[in-house]
Design a protein around this ligand. Structure first.
Ligand code: CDT
Length: 308
């Protein structure tokens, strides 16, 4: 199979504080996009909730406080310069943001083509954390308070460059996310994330945060023969540390490039999409080897039950 080269970039963002304006953040995104373009990249992945601080760490009850973090139009007046820059440079991008649509709040990402037009939208399905603040807890993770479960499934879009799919942060930990896109022949999965270094649920040793992040991406890429471009919002936001580790993973499961810092940083790699085809023709030839007649429980059952 002959090589099919696609140059991908990932734009990791350092912390965004609550006082940072949309205009300031969009300016940073444009600088990162221009950096990615200057390296020759055709697409760039930005993080989850890239326009604001990771507000689900707080329990906010004043609707005005909450709505300040949400976009009601995309692009809007403050985000349009990013779309204009992408069109001018001819570079596509993934962007995560909080979306308010017909009264419902979603944790959303969009795929914007190299002509600056929206190709597709994804709304986060695996919403982690709590719907109500935990009494007395030092840390909160309240995504269930702020976001409805996404209603758009896991689509894959055939762009002129590649078949591209999206997921958001916690989604990457679930094999179903990648497999549903793998069954649509996805070639590149783009993922943005905000992964706090401390968890509310239990006091997991801190090194495991990075281990599980990379393990999930590498397994998803390998088992579905796709490239993965993952972008962190990293560093210390409002006193709360978040992991970096933005990376591009090959269908071999190997990390081809990984961010060094916990700040604004572009990484890039020229991906050979034909690597997917080798895996799809052999070990992961789904049509030849999958046995869905034995996988019914995957869709029939949600929680685990012990055997009778
Ligand atoms: N943003 C996001 O989805 N973060 C989660 C933290 C889970 S702990 C409640 C993640 O999977 O990284």
């Amino acid at each position: 199979m002959s090589a099919r080269k696609l140059h991908l970039a990932v734009a990791q963002l350092g912390p965004v504080q609550r006082s940072d304006t949309r205009a300031q953040v969009v300016r940073r995104l444009i600088e990162l996009l221009e950096d990615a373009h200057s390296r020759g990249a055709a697409w760039v992945t930005f993080p989850e909730l890239a326009l604001t601080t990771f507000f689900p760490r707080w329990s906010l009850d004043d609707p005005a406080d909450v709505q300040a973090f949400f976009e009601t139009e995309m692009p809007g007046p403050l985000t349009r310069p990013l779309f204009d820059a992408a069109r001018e440079k001819g570079i596509g991008f993934y962007l995560g943001y909080a979306e308010l649509a017909d009264g419902t709040q979603y944790n959303t990402s969009i795929l914007v083509g190299r002509d600056g037009g929206i190709v597709g939208k994804y709304r986060k399905i695996h919403i982690p954390g709590d719907a109500q603040a935990r009494d007395g807890a030092a840390l909160q993770h309240l995504e269930k308070k702020y976001f409805a479960v996404g209603d758009l499934g896991f689509p894959v879009w055939q762009t002129p460059d590649a078949a591209i799919g999206m997921c958001i942060c916690n989604d990457r930990r679930w094999p179903e996310t990648f497999r549903v896109m793998g069954l649509q022949g996805v070639e590149v999965v783009m993922a943005g994330y905000n992964t706090p270094s401390g968890y509310v649920q239990w006091d997991e040793p801190i090194h495991l945060r990075m281990h599980h992040h990379l393990l999930s991406l590498q397994a998803g890429a390998y088992q579905n023969a796709c490239w993965v471009a993952a972008a962190a919002k990293a560093g210390v936001e409002e006193g709360n540390p978040m992991i970096g580790g933005s990376c591009i993973v090959a269908p071999t499961g190997e990390i081809m490039v990984r961010a060094f810092s916990e700040d604004d940083e572009v990484i890039n790699f020229v991906c050979d999409l034909s690597v997917s085809e080798h895996y799809r023709a052999n070990i992961f030839n789904f049509a030849a080897h999958r046995r869905p007649e034995h996988y019914g429980m995957i869709v029939e059952r949600t929680g685990a039950r012990p055997p009778a």
